[in-house]
Design a protein. Structure first.
Length: 285
């Protein structure tokens, strides 16, 4: 078989694989949105849930989803970025640094249910937070921290070495070079990493079942981080598994569609400014 034939077969295989994946994703989206969109209404999106009678909404769960997301990002982004900068700039090449990298890689592949049980033992029991939004957000931050560390390290390493050398040659300190040269140049990749962990936080359920609980506050919106905070993804699981309301199937379908729409909108709101920033930094290319 000639090299041209092999190249054509490989190209055909990759195109077919890509089209198949796109078709599967499109089928999932059409199925979820087709079943869920008819159930979406103003009352459903912003109304309070019902335990027994039909007609409840998911307003508190939607609010708690964003509340947990924001708190988890506040915790994970500074720690993850600083740890990634340390590993890429300051850390020496020795056994300890290798051990840290191996540990980060191992933690990034741990199932979320394990983080949920760990968060339950640490935050709910040991620290006395019980089932709370703060405990759930802290546990989600632990889940996303290894990913943020790896993304930051790789983003810093993709910046051309000449940027770093030119900044130091002009008399800047390491911290000045990091703050004014490396981080701005790596910002598009960092935003991509933040989008990734934010999507995981919005769709996470296993962790929050054990840490944030299956109930919501009587007040809406409730900004108390020590209150129980069922999120939209957890509510979707609960309605499909244990709910007593007669319209549980409709609530589950509407919640799934709403969660998908929220994740898509959030990713677009982050991805579009990231692309614009990347074009500006690359001179419009």
């Amino acid at each position: 078989m000639s090299s041209k034939t092999t190249d054509r077969l490989a190209t055909l295989y990759f195109w077919a694989s890509g089209i198949l994946i796109i078709l599967i994703l499109a089928w999932f989206m059409i199925r979820i949105l087709g079943e869920g969109l008819p159930h979406l209404s103003w009352h459903f999106i912003f109304g309070k849930p019902e335990e027994i009678k039909a007609g409840g909404g998911v307003g508190p769960q939607l609010f708690n989803s964003f509340y947990v997301l924001i708190l988890s990002l506040i915790i994970s982004i500074p720690i993850g970025v600083c740890a990634g900068i340390y590993l890429s700039i300051y850390a020496q090449k020795n056994w300890f640094t290798d051990l840290v990298r191996i540990s980060v890689e191992a933690l990034s592949s741990v199932p979320s249910i394990v983080f949920g049980l760990f968060g339950f033992l640490l935050f709910a029991n040991l620290l006395g937070l019980k089932f709370s939004i703060l405990g759930g957000a802290a546990t989600v931050a632990l889940l996303n921290l290894p990913v943020m560390v790896r993304v930051t390290e790789e983003a810093i390493r993709t910046v051309p070495e000449s940027y770093w050398e030119a900044s130091l040659a002009l008399g800047s300190t390491k911290w000045q070079a990091i703050r004014k040269v490396l981080i701005p140049a790596a910002l598009p990749n960092l935003i991509t990493g933040i989008t990734l962990i934010a999507g995981r936080a919005l769709g996470e359920s296993a962790i929050l079942i054990y840490t944030a609980g299956l109930s919501v506050s009587r007040f809406f919106p409730d900004f108390n981080p020590l209150k129980m905070g069922e999120t939209l993804s957890v509510h979707l699981w609960y309605v499909g598994a244990e709910a007593l309301v007669p319209d549980a199937k409709a609530i589950a379908q509407g919640s799934a569609a709403l969660l998908l729409i929220v994740v898509l909108i959030f990713n677009m709101l982050v991805a579009i400014p990231s692309r614009i920033l990347q074009k500006r930094l690359s001179g419009g290319k």
